[in-house]
Design a protein around this ligand. Structure first.
Ligand SMILES: Cc1cc2nc3c(=O)[nH]c(=O)nc-3n(C[C@H](O)[C@H](O)[C@H](O)COP(=O)(O)OP(=O)(O)OC[C@H]3O[C@@H](n4cnc5c(N)ncnc54)[C@H](O)[C@@H]3O)c2cc1C
Length: 663
């Protein structure tokens, strides 16, 4: 029998759970460094620790060979400013991020990234990832450096974003981790961080988890722990059939990394920031329709009559020719590039784009729908690079888009590629497949907040480090996640080398075990899908774009009621459902963190897209600061930090001095 339907038709029943189930059985695993989350960042953290001769172990929710947002590949790697062709320095890049975000990004994390991103990419090359045009397919192209054979994106003059053949990057990193003897535990759902015995202990010594196939319980004892679970999806919406959890994200990334740390007393910053969930999945599959953004940057867009849509530079002046789309404009220092996890760009770092009044012009009849990508207007090397090398390596496009279209006969040398047909507002941003018109405006996503870490990427808790893009304030995207994972793993390992043997509090383990299995002891009650949908509804209604003290307090009350009634009495029929219900606890915790942080910011803020109806004044100067929150003995503590806290006491006043001291 080859399909589910066939099985049910023939047997008249659902298949039995295919794994032996042994709820509650305790397994103990000891390691020097425990990494929670086996995405690209997590595997890099484990590799770094293993290379230092330590025993590293990874606790992964899916299967680490291909899991995570980075599991499907990557076509361009950011932040590699120390590559031999780059004209951008770490200071320039870091300053550009800081100024663009008016300070609301973890700029010390950005600096670390720029210092080590290129070295991290070179290590990936050694693992078997192609990062150069070794077959000379693009010889002579303006985006290629003839000496190194590196190829660049966005800014062909300043050359800091590297085009890579990254379809296999996750597999290669996974193989390296396996080769180095990293112990990988797949299909695990963590339930709590373990802290050293003693009331109010601030030393993290591992974690507990449930195997979502066998239901067995795991106690991971470790000298140091790295959180690398990626971002938080499923918070504002839950509709997995349309990948509304986030078509760019990962169904398994449900905020567990944040929830684990929060409950143990870790400090978080900027959790009140949320943005419209452009990539929520109501649009089209990633990069599956014509557009002129990211992977497709520079692609000519024409209307139904073949009329080409003009481009403008960062200062809204016409871009004269095709080459100009890939060069900084007059007055620009360099182009930062899209997809680095910041929401605003100052003009001096912004990309060249399609005209911004395209919606208006469509409404006036100047451009007629549908629009198309016309690759035939590109120079031959650029055409092959975009619809070929880039689409063939970008996450989630190699098989569904590149292979499918190519097999069906699509030829970029003569065919047009259609853009989605949308209301005129759908063309306000060149990323046509994901613009806001497809996603209900009430649906939001987290806006870059995360763990507050120091220059070691250590949290305020001893032994707890953070290494993944989505978990870190200032984390960035693919290359950044490899880089911060590697750096956090190295620092966790350095700490573990001299840290005392971790002792486990058996009462804590028992309490975790008792709580973890509650849902399988109940014979009926709601399932995880209903609970997840209810959380998302509460978040949309009470903590949407506009909020007030009253809505936030009501929202917190409703989340708590949901937790103590429906979720407390929910039912799991098997270990998989148990894992998903445990995730619901995490999602609620993250929802609470967002609402608590939102209550603390008594002002509206344009960069954070934060609107308090009871404090409507936008950007009052006295509120230009970061808010850090943590849980202390059951009470929420908040403190304010200057935007440049990473350059103030106890740190050094310059990026480079801090980096040298810590790296
Ligand atoms: C289609 C697509 C294209 C992209 N293209 C690019 C690009 O070209 N350039 C670029 O810079 N970026 C790109 N990105 C973004 C990039 O992939 C991510 O920024 C990067 O993968 C983040 O790495 P990470 O390790 O932090 O998180 P992830 O790769 O998401 O890994 C997180 C890991 O944690 C695991 N996990 C989650 N919850 C738990 C839990 N409770 N317990 C244990 N494990 C858990 C997950 O299963 C996963 O393995 C793209 C993303 C997508 C989806």
């Amino acid at each position: 029998m080859s399909t589910w339907h066939e099985y049910v038709r023939k047997t008249g029943s659902l298949p039995a759970w295919p794994y032996p189930v042994n709820y509650g059985k305790i397994n103990e695993v000891a390691s020097d460094v425990l990494v929670i989350g086996g995405g690209v960042a997590g595997l890099q953290a484990a590799i770094a620790a293993a290379r230092m001769g330590l025993k590293a172990c990874v606790l992964e929710r899916g299967h680490a060979k291909r899991s995570g947002a980075g599991g499907a590949g990557v076509d361009h790697w950011h932040g590699a400013v120390t590559n031999p062709c780059s004209r951008v320095t770490p200071e320039m890049y870091t300053r550009a991020c800081y100024e663009s975000m008016r300070g609301y990004t973890g700029t010390h994390v950005r600096y670390i990234i720029t210092k080590e991103s290129w070295d991290t990419l070179l290590e990936c090359e050694k693992m078997g990832v192609q990062i150069r045009d070794v077959r000379d397919e693009f010889k002579g192209a303006p985006f290629r450096d003839e000496a190194t054979k590196l190829m660049f994106a966005y800014d062909y003059r300043n050359r800091h974003v590297i085009r890579v053949w990254g379809y296999n990057i996750k597999v290669k990193v996974y193989e390296e981790a396996v080769r180095l003897g990293v112990n990988i535990f797949n299909r695990m759902m963590p339930t709590g961080l373990l802290t050293a015995p003693g009331k109010g202990s601030k030393r993290v010594v591992g974690a507990t988890a449930v195997d979502t196939r066998t239901g067995e319980f795991y106690v991971f004892r470790a000298k140091a722990t790295v959180i690398a679970t990626g971002g938080t999806g499923r918070l504002y919406d839950f509709a997995p059939e349309v990948t509304a959890a986030a078509s760019m994200g990962n169904m398994n990334s449900a905020g567990a990394g944040e929830a684990l740390g929060w409950k143990a007393g870790a400090e978080f910053v900027c959790m009140e920031a949320t943005y419209p969930a452009r990539l929520a999945g109501y649009g089209y599959a990633p990069y599956s329709m014509a557009n002129a953004h990211n992977t497709y940057h520079g692609t000519p867009i024409v209307d139904a009559e073949g009329k080409e849509v003009p481009w403008v530079d960062a200062f809204n002046r016409p871009v004269k020719d095709l080459a100009g789309r890939f060069l900084p404009a007059e007055g620009q220092e360099f182009i930062l590039g899209e997809g680095i996890g910041i929401s605003r760009y100052l003009p001096q770092y912004r990309n060249n784009e399609l005209i911004h009044d395209l919606p208006e012009r469509i409404r006036r009849g100047e451009f007629k729908l549908p629009l198309y990508a016309d690759f035939t207007r590109l120079p031959e090397t650029e055409r092959r690079c975009i619809f070929g090398m880039m689409v063939g390596n970008e996450g989630k496009t190699r098989i569904p888009i590149y292979d499918t279209m190519t097999r069906a006969g699509f030829d970029p040398e003569k065919d047009l590629f259609q853009a989605p047909v949308a209301p005129p507002e759908g063309y306000v941003h060149p990323n046509f497949w994901a613009v806001g018109v497809h996603t209900p405006p009430t649906i939001r996503m987290l806006g870059g907040g995360g763990y507050l870490v120091d220059w070691d990427l250590r949290t305020n808790l001893e032994g707890l480090y953070v290494g993944a893009g989505g978990n870190l304030f200032g984390g960035g995207c693919h290359g950044e996640s490899h880089t911060t994972g590697r750096y956090a793993g190295r620092h966790a390992a350095r700490y573990a080398m001299t840290a005392p043997e971790p002792a486990i509090d058996r009462h804590q383990v028992e309490a975790e075990r008792e709580a973890a299995y509650r849902a399988i002891r109940q014979s009926d009650g709601y399932g995880w899908k209903e609970i997840n949908a209810a959380i998302a509804r509460i978040m949309r209604d009470y903590c949407g774009q506009y909020k007030s003290e009253a809505t936030l307090k009501l929202g917190l009350r409703l989340l708590n009621e949901l937790k103590t009634t429906e979720l407390a009495h929910a039912h799991a029929a098997n270990p998989h459902e148990l894992g998903r219900l445990l995730e619901c606890h995490s999602i609620i915790t993250v929802g609470e963190m967002v609402m608590l942080a939102s209550l603390e910011r008594e002002a509206s803020n344009s960069i954070l897209d934060f609107h308090r109806l009871d404090y409507p004044e936008m950007d009052p100067p006295e509120w230009e600061k970061l808010i850090a929150i943590r849980l202390d003995d059951g009470r929420v503590r908040a403190r304010y930090l200057p935007l440049d806290f990473h350059l103030r006491e106890p740190y050094e006043p310059s990026y480079e001095d801090n980096y040298r001291k810590h790296a």
